[in-house]
Design a protein. Sequence first.
Length: 201
Amino acid sequence: MAKKKSAKSTQGVKENKPGWRLAMKAATLPKNDLLIALEKLEKSAEYTSWRKSEPDSYLAHFFYLDDPENRESVQIGYYNEKKQRMTTFVVGPAGIEVQPDLEVLKREETPLLALDRGIVGFDSKTILAKADIEQADKYPRQPVFRKFFILQKLDIGQVYNVTLFTQTFKTINFKFDARSGELLKHNMGSLIQMDKGAGGL
């Protein structure tokens, strides 16, 4: 009597195909809300109309505020070096809002660098979760009530510049590498001293 051939499951065949597991893993990764907002903005009529009169402005930052009124929105800033003015777009579920241009006061020796859109390694939830972990480890006695970050390019590289406000009237600042997520710098200062740079802005 001939022996029956053992049947291989379809699932098993798929799992053994080269790259199948990597493809499945990539498919489950969360979408980057910052890049989604940027794409939405640059396809919009508001951006297209503005860009015609501002050909020299360049992408300078993403700003994200984690509170109930703002966490569904992302602010994206474009800087004009000649005019020394920043145009900010608020990209949210209701559409796109163009905020009035603001003059940027900065030191001459510290130019406002263009952001590399190819180095936006983490979405807002992931980077804030990393900040929560570091805060619990390094500043455990400082309960946080509000947090925000700016994705910007500094002299140390492109970073997620995260600031946490605490119930003890302190600010905790973390700077994470925008590509690897490595913590580059951290410090704590007084909330009153933020205008002097202690908050890490």
